[in-house]
Design a protein around this ligand. Structure first.
Ligand code: HEC
Length: 203
């Protein structure tokens, strides 16, 4: 009984201390101060396990259709390369300041196809990874997954060829809820955040 009481007391002190820590504001939430390694390790496991569990019911369609890959490439250049880079694009101002830093998807994709699909569709909380399923249908997201499987092997020229169509005239949406205004807006955003790194090539 005494042990039980002691445990209860510890629990209350712990909860109170936790509350005080949260409310006091001593924690530095700034993106330019990394987590302590053990905290980072826990968060990583938390994310990886969540993605693995949630992607379990997802089955990938055939991903080698050239039209699907090309559509993904076009979308990638317009929506993803600012954060995840591209052949010939070594860094970007937005990526440099993000924490956690978006992985360089020209090197390798850590997730399998089903997990990549889930991450792209739903995004990742408390990171900069958006939920693209809000504005894109599953077909468009599989296109991105298909393109990601090819991306690490692409030269800058091959990338330009596959993704180049996005540079001239924005990108076509398989939107869940898009309309022309949306597309216009999306194009503007892409141009705005790509501008620092790629301004000379944009016209
Ligand atoms: C504003 C920045 C940003 C944009 C734009 C963005 N991402 Fe991400 N993405 C991230 C971040 C940050 C992570 C890492 C999240 C984490 O650490 O859990 C991530 C993670 C991922 C992952 C999982 C990592 C891996 O190695 O498998 C995939 C896949 C991915 N993004 C694909 C995309 C695709 C495809 C697009 C475009 C449709 C995109 N992202 C656009 C920031 C971004």
């Amino acid at each position: 009984m005494n042990i039980l009481k002691a445990c209860l007391l510890l629990l209350i002190i712990g909860l109170f201390g936790g509350g005080l820590f949260v409310y006091s504001g001593v924690y530095n939430i700034g993106a330019d101060v990394p987590h302590f390694p053990p905290v980072f390790a826990v968060l990583e496991t938390f994310r990886d396990r969540s993605i693995a569990a949630h992607a379990q019911g997802v089955t990938a369609p055939p991903l080698d259709d050239p039209a699907l890959i090309a559509e993904g490439g076009e979308h990638y250049a317009a929506m993803c390369s600012g954060c995840h880079l591209a052949p010939g694009k070594k860094n970007s101002e937005i990526r440099a300041g993000l924490y956690p830093q978006p992985p360089n998807l020209t090197e390798h994709v850590h997730t399998d196809a089903a997990e990549a699909f889930w991450v792209i569709k739903h995004g990742v909380k408390m990171t900069a990874m958006p939920a693209w399923g809000t504005t894109h249908d599953d077909q468009a997201i599989w296109g991105l997954v298909a393109f990601l499987q090819k991306l690490p092997g692409l030269s800058a020229e091959q990338y330009e060829h596959l993704a180049g169509r996005a540079a001239g005239h924005g990108h076509h949406h398989g939107t869940a809820q898009g309309n022309d205004d949306d597309e216009q807006q999306q194009g503007d955003h892409d141009a705005a955040y790509e501008a620092p790194a790629t301004a000379p090539q944009l016209d």
